[in-house]
Design a protein around this ligand. Structure first.
Ligand code: GAL
Length: 357
């Protein structure tokens, strides 16, 4: 019940955001539709969503966060009236060629709408072109195509949009979690600076680039001096993240005061490495992630992880499904639909954990 209420609240938030046209890197918006399939789609009503075919491409099933996302997406689509048999979700196995083949198959299968989490954001233009040519509306999720690409959707009045959160906000929240502790608490080596290491996700992904940049910017904006001891790419992966942090700890030892991870999976790996090195979060080092995976929120409560940022998969998945439904009803969408992240520290972690259940 609680989850239903939260989902409802999130959907309402998304609707308000949509109506207000808030956020987003694309200034353009359109509710008109020019794609060939739009007229047929316009005839859709709630009742016949059950007959509509939805194709969903996920960049990689083994990604923890995208697993939460896709499970919620399927649950919500069914709740809205789609038939589970008509929802096909495929694993791109982190390979763009594989995913492009899957998109071709969905087009050949005449799906009514596509929801795509690209493997490579840079492939957006190619994917958009073939999906538009097939007259299928498309909702991009999680990996945001660049501003030029989004401008094309607006200029051509295509039924294409992106639903997601602004990763700059998540990075800023990570930096603020550390900054709020104050220099005295963080500066263990008393050099007057915050000495950190950065473990990045996939550099192709704007989420990784923005979190890396804005976590540090939040600290410098607040007047802290920072010192980057190491910056490595962990590809969102727990094992790789753990290995990188272990290497860094053996190289820089006690000089490391903060470990920034672009996501929680890598923060879990980092925690293991920190514990193996005999260090203790909150006592001689700090650790932050992004996503608010249940396991991480529990560790924020127990003090083993300093904080994380809730990457709201409910709002993003439900928002993507709602956008798909609006296309099927011929209503159109803003081209960029945004939602908010939430900072998670020991203060509100229990509340966030309850909302995840
Ligand atoms: C991010 C998320 C990561 C990973 C990535 C995949 O938003 O924080 O954990 O899932 O998306 O693109």
């Amino acid at each position: 019940m609680k989850k239903k209420l939260i989902s409802l609240a999130l959907v309402m938030t998304m609707c308000i955001a949509l109506l207000a046209g808030c956020g987003g890197s694309s200034s353009a918006s359109s509710s008109a539709s020019s794609a060939p399939a739009a007229e047929a789609a316009a005839e859709a009503t709630d009742g016949d969503l059950a007959t509509k075919k939805v194709g969903v491409c996920i960049y990689q099933f083994s990604d923890n966060f995208m697993t939460l996302f896709r499970n919620e997406l399927e649950r919500y689509l069914v709740e809205q009236g789609f038939s589970k048999d008509n929802i096909t979700i495929v694993d791109g196995a982190n390979d763009q060629a594989t995913q492009s083949g899957q998109i071709d198959n969905f087009i050949a299968d005449n799906v009514d709408v596509l929801i795509i989490n690209l493997v490579n954001s840079s492939s957006a233009a190619t994917v958009t072109d073939k999906v538009v040519a097939a007259g299928i509306p498309l909702v991009y999720i999680n990996r945001e195509p660049d501003a030029d690409e989004q401008q094309r959707w607006a200029d051509n009045n295509w039924n294409i949009c992106y639903v997601g959160c602004d990763a700059r906000q998540s990075g800023t929240f990570q930096g603020e979690i550390i900054g709020d502790l104050g220099l005295d608490a963080v500066d263990f080596n008393k050099n007057g600076k915050i000495d950190y290491i950065m473990i990045e996700g996939d550099p192709e992904n704007i989420d990784a680039a923005y979190r890396t940049e804005f976590s540090v910017k939040a600290l410098t904006d607040a007047g802290f001096e920072v010192n980057c001891l190491d910056d490595q790419v962990g590809m969102w992966d727990q094992v790789k993240g753990g290995e990188l942090v272990a290497n860094s700890l053996s190289q820089h030892g006690n000089e490391i005061e903060v470990v920034f991870c672009n996501n929680d999976a890598m923060a879990l790996g980092a925690l293991q490495a920190i514990q193996n090195a005999g260090r203790k979060v909150g006592t001689d080092i700090y650790l932050v992630g992004v996503d608010a995976l249940t396991e991480v929120v529990e560790k924020v409560i127990s003090g083993e992880i300093t904080g994380t940022v809730f990457n709201n998969h409910f709002a993003q998945a439900d928002g993507a499904a709602d956008a798909a439904i609006r296309y099927l009803k011929g209503e159109g969408n803003e081209h960029n639909i945004q939602c908010d992240y939430t900072k998670v520290t020991a203060e509100n972690a229990q509340e966030i954990l309850d909302s995840l259940k």
